[in-house]
Design a binder for this molecule. Sequence first.
Ligand code: ADP
Length: 554
Amino acid sequence: MGTSFGSRTLLAICGALVVLLAALAAVQYRWSTRVAVADVQREKEHLDSAASLFASEFNGIAAQAMQFLQNDAHAALQSGERLTGVPKLIGALYYLDVPAKGERQVRRLTAEGLFAPSPLPEWIPVPRCAPLVIEDPPLLVAPIYDIATTESHGDIGDHFLKTFRWRADRCFVAGIDQTYLRDALFPQLIRQSFGETAAAEYDFAVVSLNAPSHTLYGAPVRADLRKPFLSIGANLPWLPKAPFGTSAPGGSAVLIQRVESVVTKGPPDLHGAGIWELQVAHKGLPLTAAFERIRRRDLLLSLGVELLLVAAILFLVIAARRMQRLADQKMRFVAGVSHELRTPVSAIAMLSRNQADGLVAGAEKVMQYGELIHQQSRRLNEMVEQTLQYAGIHSGLRRPAKNEIDLGGLIQEAVDARREELAHSGFEVEIALSRDLPPVLGDAKLLRTAFDNLLDNALKYAGGGRWIRVSAGYDAPDKEVHISVEDRGAGIDPADQAEIFEPFCRGKAAVEAQIPGSGLGLSLVRSAAEAHRGSVTLVSVPGRGSTFTMHLPV
Ligand code: ADP
């Protein structure tokens, strides 16, 4: 009662665990979908902020270059001194003075840092001097300012109005160094803004917004993100600083800056999003697809873990049931062996007591008693022997010997030893031993016990057929010897056939017919065959007989 409740409880717990795991898998599936959406969103936001950082860094560098042209280049031009510290962004630098009428003056910054007269290169388009960026070829145009200051006096204090005017005929034109952009600045800014990991995971390209076929960096990609850049900010940080300070002479003052153009057409819009575009694409798959793949991989991984858990639970159930069965078998064995031992022991005790008490008179009676005592002691001996062999094989302490065995001789001896008994029980014995039986390497004692068990079983269970055939042959293709013991007894119920080789397992028919036995004989046969790297097979038809065959590799 207790054990069946125990195994049922175990089954219920395992069932509940499997249901729980299934529920967990469902929750995990839904949760992973939400997490994946959030991950994609977060990654897009991260990319967007990194791209904004890239754009503002680059715009800052461009603004610094403009400021350099307005201040340092202008000062060097006026003073005729050497110009140093030219930003790396600037490749070639020209000064243009191209009045509508009159002589045109073009100067080029030489390697020595001086402005020398030069012809107007053809890659500079017809110049119109205004603060602007030209896309193709990439140029920065920085007009030269006239600065005027006007004073006004009012209730709230003195005002200084600083006016910056540029004329459309004087400016610096700086060619942007595309090699520097491609090989140094863009890769460095990408690494700085996106980080080393993202820089390795994504492809980057910079193209012209108006002419996307004009690529400045990388190869154009199917972009997960696009960010325009290269605009010059509205606060005009590149406007000249010196020599005009922000403090007014003689007390508090408000400084107002104003930019004017003396040309009728205003300057181009430098305050928009930009003229170039940074494109970012996830390597291999688009971002969403890549995250979906990661999600699926993670899901598969957790599914694998859950399956492993289910398998472990199943294994646990099977192992528990096996252990339960083994424990039951052992209990049956102990009960069976004690019962089996008690019968011959009490028979011997009673028979010998009668003899000792002088109750057996006459030579014939004495012989009869002697025979009975001998039979019982043999049965007792067999049982003890089988139990010891079973314990020996399964303890792993006894290693089977490895000697050359003459199987034909061994079989013949075993049959001869039982011939009288077989004849007494009315058995007809046929022996068919092949002449070409090769010797087998192994433990003769173990094989003899196995063979004896098969003969004993035929004697015990096939009494109705009264016929035994023992055969042995060599199967050359499979390189094995097979020894068969065949009978024409009652056969074995198909339901019992798989079980009877298990230790302590007995056939239903044998138990019902109260044929004595411990259930160890066939398990010993199987163990002996396996110790010789062989096996045992059974062919049995109820009502017609059984054939047990040992297969031993040579
Ligand atoms: P035991 O003979 O002690 O019961 P075995 O392991 O030798 O144990 O046999 C297991 C069972 O197999 C037997 O109880 C019997 O039911 C069945 N069996 C074995 N040999 C035969 C046979 N030749 N014919 C019919 N049944 C057999």
